[in-house]
Design a protein around this ligand. Structure first.
Ligand code: ATP
Ligand code: MG
Ligand code: MG
Length: 379
């Protein structure tokens, strides 16, 4: 009996545990929040990632460790490495935790990125804005998620407001200024690399964000082959450079047919949730196969899929469940503004049928605005 230890007990750990059950896997989730939602589906150890006693107890009870949460302190991951196999490796985790290290690696690998500069002081912010130009975005280097820890500057007159908002965090988490990309589309590559170096990617996913939070994903994204091959080549190069094992996502902006890398997530990713019903092997199952050294499953899509995120609270499930290809995911979390509490995936055999299902669901739930850009893309 193999026990997989997961650091972090959110919905990603929960879906991993659900995917691992048919494989006969046991799980142990480490989280400091007593009602972490993965705890409803897997045994949980209550403790802090940076508490050596909790980590020691965790390590003793597991055969391999992985993450649901990318901001586990790199030292904790490193400490675990001495006791159990840890995938992805701590270097990959540390790189993805720091936007500056991440963007520097992308650039070094020849993966195009928006212009960027590290910012430590108000004076450096002024220099960076002068060099990069406006519009631009000031972001925390570490610990940002769902668009948190970001300030958009429309003109140089916004410098003081940006510094007032994020300057106080400059010393603790670091800051980075990035050029604003006037992209037409956002795409992500969700891919997996095995312990033996085998690389597989799911079809490209197109994503729509609202207020910096993922709202909808469509896969396979309607893109031409050259764009898809370019995106996959970037992801593969990145995985090989980091000796990455497991599933990861590479977020890309597409501007005038050109791809620019935004960030990577060193874990299963929200833009890959559609793979549960929309592909031969889900991202969750393939992540487990990868970290356990098992053969990777096929990543081919089954028809066309759209995932809709439920943020804040869950709508009524009936309209989705009524659809032939409708699937409901309730993470078992209490409602809270901005919180990801569930998602739905609609799957269909054709783009037209998927658009029709989205239209029905959007209307029934009063979420026309959420489905509209996806329907437009399918049309
Ligand atoms: P995630 O939840 O994906 O981890 P995050 O907090 O790490 O989010 P980003 O992915 O950097 O933040 O930004 C969130 C969204 O904000 C992006 O998906 C994109 O829509 C927009 N955005 C971020 N950076 C830029 C940029 N340089 N130019 C244009 N839009 C951007
Ligand atoms: Mg991020
Ligand atoms: Mg992102």
């Amino acid at each position: 009996m193999t026990t997989v230890g997961i650091l972090g007990g959110g919905q990603l750990a929960r879906m991993m545990a659900l995917a691992g059950a048919p494989l006969g896997l046991r799980f142990l989730v480490l989280d400091h929040v007593p009602d972490a939602c993965a705890g409803q589906c897997a045994p949980m150890l209550l403790g802090d990632y940076s508490d050596p006693a909790a980590l020691a107890q965790f390590a003793e009870r597991i055969d391999v460790a992985t993450f649901d949460f990318e901001n586990v302190p790199a030292e904790a991951a490193q400490w675990l490495t001495g006791r159990v196999p840890v995938f992805p490796n701590p270097r990959a985790l540390a790189t993805a935790q720091d936007r500056l290290a991440e963007k520097t690696l992308f650039r070094d690998l020849g993966i195009p990125v928006p212009p960027f500069a590290a910012v430590e002081t108000h004076a450096q912010l002024c220099e960076a804005v002068a060099a990069i130009g406006t519009p631009c975005i000031l972001k925390t280097r570490r610990l940002g998620y769902d668009g948190k820890g970001q300030f958009r500057l429309k003109t140089p007159a916004d410098i003081d407001a940006a510094w007032a908002a994020l300057g106080p965090q400059a010393a603790s988490v670091g800051l980075i200024l990035e050029g604003f990309v006037a992209f037409q589309r956002e795409l992500s590559v969700v891919a997996v690399r095995g312990r033996d170096g085998e690389f597989r990617a799911w079809p490209l996913t197109e994503n729509w964000h609202v207020d910096g939070v993922l709202s909808a994903s469509l896969a396979p994204a309607p893109v031409d082959e050259a764009l898809r091959d370019g995106a996959l080549a970037h992801a593969r190069k990145l995985a090989e450079a980091l000796d990455y094992v497991g599933v990861f996502a590479l977020e890309l902006f597409c501007r005038d047919g050109e791809l620019l890398a935004n960030e990577m997530a060193p874990r299963v990713h929200n833009s890959g949730h559609w793979t549960i019903e929309g592909s031969e092997t889900s991202q969750f199952e393939n992540h487990l196969r990868a970290v356990l050294g098992l053969p990777l499953g096929a990543t081919r899509p089954i028809g066309h899929a759209c995932m809709l995120n439920w943020i804040g609270d869950l709508p009524d499930a009936t309209a989705v469940l009524r659809e032939a290809g409708g699937h409901w995911h309730d993470y078992g979390k209490s409602p809270r503004p901005g919180r990801k509490v569930g998602h739905a995936t609609l799957r269909a055999d054709s783009r037209q049928a998927l658009a029709d299902a989205l239209r029905r669901v959007g209307e029934a739930l009063g979420r026309q605005a959420q489905v509209a850009p996806v329907i437009a893309r399918l049309g």
